[in-house]
Design a binder for this molecule. Structure first.
Ligand code: HEM
Length: 440
């Protein structure tokens, strides 16, 4: 990790526990899955003590992840949401008094969580999302496919399509104007401790000239705080505008909502905007890119989908399982409890490793095979229980439409360079995917 610009110090790989939290290990699918498989088979509820991190239980079996996710009274979110080095957690605590920079849905528990979630639940239901957005999303997908065609046979699918298409959908639902795309890109790419120098450099390149703060103080903590403040200011203006002039967007729904009869507090409203923007972007981008890569590697799978486009929803689910862009979320036990033959103590943290659960041979037939038409696919990439992904119907719709528009136009598809995974242990996926396309 000598070259890595880590916001909170370096990462070690001296022990398997160190490797499990080391972002570099997540750039090699074989290495991380070897580690997960070893844990699933040998110690599925494992007490993990990586250097520089508070210890936690590593939960790697599908059934255990489900059990913990369902018991949201015994396993809560607010103490610790994702794995962060102690140094990072302490820095945030010194500023906010708790472990969160924002107060988003994933940082909260009932009853606050339930009340906040109820504000947008209806907006994100499948019928509502389709009725409101399907036409616009299809037009957006068509324009991205046309853009691909205009580039000729060779292109980088991540940097030409996957990075922008879901971002533009999210901007539409937040009602953010196209001119603010550089700012939104910066938010989603740099806020959550982006430690991948390529991702940060790309974000800075793409947003250069937009008159934005550059985030190059040399101190990653200062940069992160300044970035968070920039977004609170930006979304503060959106909030005020939607209170004065409500529109048909989710930002207006949030701005004009009430909790226990009072207007939603500002920090909660702004955090809501931040989580929709960030959770809805990289996740969907990574899935689109990871799915296309598998089709490029397996032409027979591509042919199946072209012969029967009705299989595309299954392919979308398989891509989500395969990529599992959110690698983990954390919970904290509120009481002593037994899990997998171990005693979890009150206050212990648990990391739910979704990517591992989605390769569990007790649940999936041939889990390490990508099957575009996989029929039985109870993956847990969207989590489970009360925090189940709010945007899952939107994500499925976006992905289905993109591939419905793209696949009929492809005669041949091949990988044209080395696909690379981003350096991150929380939300990650391909940061580059060079392909060669023969167009119909
Ligand atoms: C929560 C995955 C797309 C918004 C989550 C969680 C996961 C996840 C694992 C936590 C679930 C849990 O703790 O049980 C994904 C994946 C996506 C995706 C794999 C795409 C393939 C989206 C999109 C949006 C979104 C498009 C846009 C609105 C959210 C929000 C939460 C969430 C707001 C917090 C829900 C809560 O705590 O109540 N997502 N997500 N996600 N996701 Fe997604």
């Amino acid at each position: 990790m000598a070259d890595q610009v880590a916001p909170f110090g370096g990462f070690s790989r001296a022990t398997p526990d160190d490797a499990l939290v080391n972002p570099e290990v997540y750039t090699d699918m074989d290495e991380i899955h070897a580690l997960y498989t070893q844990l699933r088979e040998g110690d599925p509820v494992h007490w993990c003590t990586p250097a520089g991190f508070r210890p936690f239980w590593a939960i790697t079996k599908h059934a255990d992840i489900l059990a913990v996710s369902k018991a949201n009274d015994r396993f809560i979110n607010r103490e610790r949401t994702y794995l962060s080095p102690i140094e990072g957690e302490e820095w945030i605590r010194s500023m906010t008094g708790d472990t969160h920079l924002f107060r988003t849905l994933v940082d909260l528990d009932d009853p606050e969580h339930r009340k906040l979630r109820a504000i947008t639940n209806g907006w994100f239901q499948p019928g509502a999302v389709r009725a409101r957005l399907e036409g616009e999303i299809r037009a957006l997908a068509r324009s991205h496919v046309a853009h691909m065609r205009s580039l000729g046979p060779e292109l980088d699918f991540v940097n030409e399509v996957a990075l922008f298409y879901p971002l533009r959908v999210i901007m539409r639902i937040l009602g953010v104007p196209p001119a603010d795309e550089p700012l939104m890109l910066k938010l989603t790419q740099e806020t959550f401790g982006a430690i991948d120098p390529d991702v940060v450099a790309r974000s800075q390149r793409l947003t250069e000239g937009a008159g934005l703060w550059s985030g190059s103080s040399g101190n990653a903590q200062v940069d992160l705080l300044a970035l968070a403040q920039t977004f609170f200011q930006y979304f503060g203006a959106v909030l005020a505008d939607r209170r004065a002039n409500p529109r048909d967007d989710v930002a207006s729904v949030i701005a004009n909502s009430t909790i226990d009869g009072a207007p939603i507090p500002e920090r909660e409203a702004l955090s809501y905007y931040v989580i929709i923007a960030t959770a809805g972007h990289d996740t969907t981008s990574s899935t689109a890119a990871g799915g296309l890569l598998e089709l490029a590697k397996n032409p027979a799978e591509l042919r199946k989908l072209q012969a029967d486009p009705g299989l595309i929803p299954r392919f979308v689910e398989e891509s989500i399982r395969w990529v599992t862009p959110v690698k983990h979320f954390m919970r904290t036990a509120t009481e002593d409890t037994a899990l997998g033959g171990k005693t979890i103590r009150k206050g212990d943290g648990l990391a739910l490793f979704y990517w591992s659960g989605n390769r569990d041979a007790d649940v999936f037939e041939a889990p390490f095979e990508f099957r575009a038409d996989r029929e039985h696919n109870p993956h847990i990439a969207f989590g489970h229980g009360v925090h189940l992904c709010l945007g899952l119907h939107l994500a499925r719709l976006e992905l289905r439409i993109l591939f419905e528009e793209l696949l009929p136009q492809i005669a041949t598809l091949a990988v044209a360079g080395e696909p690379k995974l981003s350096l991150a242990n929380f939300v990650s996926g391909l940061k580059t995917l060079p392909v060669r396309v023969g167009w119909n």
